[in-house]
Design a protein around this ligand. Structure first.
Ligand SMILES: Nc1nc2c(ncn2[C@@H]2O[C@H](COP(=O)(O)OP(=O)(O)OP(=O)(O)O)[C@@H](O)[C@H]2O)c(=O)[nH]1
Ligand SMILES: [Mg+2]
Length: 411
């Protein structure tokens, strides 16, 4: 049986109506990703946050009425509430409550397939459950559907005391560390090899994976679901200027990405941000396209990678939602490429924008060295050799080398 939820949409005092509506739409997309139908949405304006229940007593009473009137078996509230408020509300309403953090966590859990993503989500869950342990003890063993149910076995396993959770977290950290080390070694190898790398970033569902597939034929999952991608995939491709580069696709952003997920997925995020240049993907069909870009830039800034952002791809131009927001996107201080992956427009422009970036980042160097030296193999590792002149006792090599690596040949 498919269960349904009652969605409590929160409007903060003084917040404009459009923002409340956008948040409601986003929560509906999140619930759609979890295949959870919404039986009813109620919007409550909060004059102040009730310390015990988050919502006011009258609103709690109304929620009870709504639960009686619908088949809803769970309440989703699109705000962050404290573990204590959650416990009190659950007690009062007699159904499980999931806040925004729980919903996003459940989606990550549902979509985590690789070993690394599974380890990371297990860590995020442990971090999430620790302060809630006392609330949950009674409920954990019950099987049920809904947001909670989407977590399946993983959550049930965490019927442990805080001490055990800590132990588990340490064990997870060790395992994550070992997976991470393999990736770090691979990354170092790539950096040493001087291959220029781009990372696709942006709000979830903007079309990052679709772009990776279009450019490299990677064949990663791209679908109309939030957080379809939780792993980093890197592929090589050749740009129109002959430059071979790497392109990575990774986990998307959302406003208020829960702290526990940022902590747990830090290595995946870092991996993507270790690229030489970042391509931000914006979604022109999103009702708040400009707001999403702002969030993306904020997240990049917090991760210390905003200065790497070079190209802004405005995707889904076949479905522009709001011309004014679109015009604002066009004024952003990046190389702008408008694309529609659906209609296969703009791909060539994106490739040449990427080529321009590499042109700026590479230098053509001419090096003369004694014939016996290992200079050819060294240069071949750091860049691409364009010409070699042999004279009696020396060779002169012309090569394109990434600027940051070219310094060591500047003698
Ligand atoms: N209309 C339209 N849809 C597009 C376009 N590009 C991608 N999509 C669709 O948008 C949805 C999301 O695309 P993805 O490539 O999975 O997006 P993503 O940024 O990787 O999303 P996450 O991995 O979930 O963060 C898919 O259903 C795509 O088919 C486009 O140019 N126009
Ligand atoms: Mg994706």
């Amino acid at each position: 049986m498919v269960m349904s939820v009652l969605l409590i949409n929160i409007r903060q005092q003084g917040e404009d109506e459009r923002m409340t509506l956008l948040r409601e739409k986003e929560t509906e997309s999140l619930l759609k990703t979890l295949s959870l139908p919404v039986a009813l949405t109620v919007t409550y304006t909060l004059r102040e946050i009730n310390t015990a229940f988050y919502i006011g007593p009258g609103q709690a009473e109304n929620t009870l009425e709504c639960l009686r009137a619908t088949e809803a078996e769970e309440v989703v509230i699109n705000a962050f509430i404290s573990p204590r408020q959650e416990k009190n509300l659950e007690h009062l309403l007699g159904v499980p409550i999931s806040d925004r953090e729980a919903v996003i966590l459940a989606i990550f859990f549902q979509n985590a397939h690789s070993r690394e993503a599974r380890l990371q989500i297990a860590k995020a869950e442990a971090l999430y459950l620790k302060p809630r342990l006392q609330n949950r003890e009674a409920n954990l063993s019950q099987q049920r559907g809904g947001v909670r149910g989407a977590k399946g076995e993983g959550e049930r396993k965490i019927e442990l005391e805080r001490r055990l959770i800590d132990q588990r977290m340490r064990a997870l950290d060790r395992e994550i560390g070992s997976v991470e080390n393999i990736r770090k070694t691979q990354r170092k190898e790539r950096e040493r090899n001087g291959i220029f790398s781009f990372a696709l970033t942006g709000y979830t569902n903007a079309g990052k994976s679709t772009i990776l597939n279009a450019l490299t034929g990677a064949g990663v999952t791209a679908e109309d679901k939030l957080f379809a991608t939780l792993d980093t995939t890197t592929r090589a491709l050749q740009l129109p200027n002959g430059q071979k580069v790497l392109l990575s696709d990774t986990v998307g952003f959302i406003s208020d990405l829960p702290e526990v997920l940022i902590k747990a997925f830090s290595s995946t995020l870092e991996e993507a941000l270790s690229a030489n240049a970042i391509i931000i993907v914006a979604d022109a069909s999103h009702p708040d396209a400009y707001g999403c870009l702002k969030k993306t830039k904020e997240t990049l800034f917090n991760l210390g990678a905003l200065e790497k952002a070079k190209i802004l791809v405005i995707n889904k131009t076949d479905e522009i939602y709001d011309e004014i927001a679109y015009a604002s996107l066009l004024r952003e201080p990046y190389r702008i490429v408008e694309t529609s992956m659906k209609e296969k427009r703009g791909i060539d422009k994106l490739l040449s924008a990427m080529a321009d970036i590499t042109d700026e980042s590479y230098r053509t160097v001419t090096i003369t060295a004694p014939i016996s030296s290992d200079i050819i193999s060294r240069i071949a590792k750091d860049g691409s050799i364009r010409n070699i002149d042999y004279s009696d006792d020396s060779i002169t090599i012309t090569a394109r080398i990434r600027k940051d690596l070219a310094a060591k040949y500047a003698e």
